[in-house]
Design a protein around this ligand. Structure first.
Ligand code: NAD
Ligand code: IPM
Ligand code: MG
Length: 359
């Protein structure tokens, strides 16, 4: 029997609530595929600070390094917001991404037909939206040097540095071209080349690599214009490739096109098979502990794990189809419910998905 080791990092807030549902779905798949998933739990984020005094304990790092894939809930919350930078839950997540070199963050925003009216945009604008945001995840302003000091007048100064090496740009851009080649052969590279030097380097690397992919239509767009076009005419996009912070912001925007941030899955990949899979949303402290969290983003992240890290493509597709079936039946968590639909809690949403998978 094939065995896979999964590092499970539930994290904070709604993280453990949505993770429990994803594990439930994986147990159904385990049974159907006749494979064995060995779940190894670890602490990351705020819960790790509370237990171990650090957001990324050594033991968690060990578990992730020995795993075939990592499934993450979400980290963070107001309890730790005043902590110094190195003792913030988010620092643990960033260190994990960096340590494992998870440089390619894929964030698919796909509109389910039956969900078009849950979107904050007009139905005809969003019906059929299918965008893949490819976000660089281990460079840029997130990881450049940070400084705080006082100027001559005793006023505080803060510095964040946006730095990219050509190689870091090249590998993510190349991956985006490969992905575009498997989809609709259209790639939009997003930057701020009218202002930022790092964006001018980004653009020149994209242009150089584009020559190797003559069948792919590659265009450039400035990030402010892209933010506008995403809500004006989202169907013009197929694959978007962009640097770390722009990708963070644009992927939340793309998520809302599909109805709720509670729907959006993501995969963070490196050059091997190892991947980290997590919902795009955060720990949602405002709804934690109330059975209100939508577990679909985490369940779909588990599906991406089956596809990208384990090669279980059929099982991944069955989960995605089961999610769509449940939505087609009008079953909704509160964040995606419109009038006339059946509103359910976190557990029940996953139970319905499991039931369809088992049928
Ligand atoms: N990858 C991560 O772990 C990650 C990602 C984003 C934010 N965060 C952290 O999470 C904390 C809260 O951040 P935030 O409030 O800006 O973003 P958030 O994504 O946690 O929440 C934004 C809004 O979306 C709602 N929401 C999010 N996920 C949902 C779900 N599954 N179902 C239903 N509604 C959902 C929340 O209730 C909230 O109203 C912060 O500490 C932040 O740093 C972590
Ligand atoms: C929590 C935070 C560090 C993280 C990021 O900015 O990358 C989150 O917003 C995300 O999108 O995964
Ligand atoms: Mg984000």
């Amino acid at each position: 029997m094939k065995e896979f080791k999964i590092a499970v990092l539930p994290g904070d807030g709604i993280g453990p609530e949505v993770m429990e549902q994803a594990v439930k779905i994986l147990k159904v798949i385990e049974h159907q595929e006749k494979v064995k998933f060995n779940f190894e739990y670890g602490l990351l984020g705020g819960c790790a600070i509370d237990a171990d005094g650090t957001p990324l304990p050594e033991q968690t790092l060990e578990i992730t390094k020995n795993a075939d894939a990592i499934l993450l809930g979400a980290v963070g919350g107001p309890k730790w917001d005043q902590n110094p930078n190195h003792l913030r839950p988010e620092a643990g997540l960033l260190a994990l991404r960096k340590e494992l070199d998870l440089y390619a963050n894929l964030r698919p925003a796909q509109m389910y037909e039956c969900m078009a009216k849950a979107s904050s945009l007009k139905e005809e604008l969003v019906a059929g939206v299918d965008i893949m945001v490819v976000r660089e995840l281990t460079g840029g302003i997130y990881f450049g040097e940070k400084k705080r000091y006082e100027d001559q007048n005793g006023k505080e100064v803060a510095v964040d540095t946006l730095l990219y090496h050509e190689d870091e740009i090249e590998r993510i851009v190349r991956m985006a071209f490969e992905i575009a080649g498997k989809r609709d052969n259209r790639l939009v590279s997003v930057d701020k080349a009218n202002v930022l030097e790092s964006s001018r380097l980004w653009r020149s690397v994209v242009e150089r690599i584009a020559k190797e992919y003559p069948n792919i239509e590659c265009t450039h767009m400035l990030v402010d214009a892209c933010a506008m076009q995403l809500v004006r005419a989202p169907k013009q996009f197929d694959v978007i490739v962009t640097e770390n912070m722009f990708g963070d912001i644009l992927s939340d925007e793309a998520a809302m096109l599909t109805g709720s941030i509670g729907m959006l899955a993501s995969a963070s990949l490196t050059d091997g098979n190892l991947g980290l899979y997590e919902p795009v949303h955060g720990s949602a402290p405002d709804i934690a502990g109330q059975e209100l969290a939508n577990p679909i983003a985490t369940i779909l992240s588990a599906a991406l794990m089956l596809r990208y890290s384990f090669g279980l493509d059929d099982a991944a597709k069955r989960i995605e189809d089961a999610v769509e079936d449940v939505l087609n039946k009008g079953i909704r968590t509160a964040d995606i419910a419109t009038t006339g639909e059946i509103s359910v809690g976190t557990n029940d949403m996953a139970n319905y998905i499991a039931e369809i998978l088992e049928a």
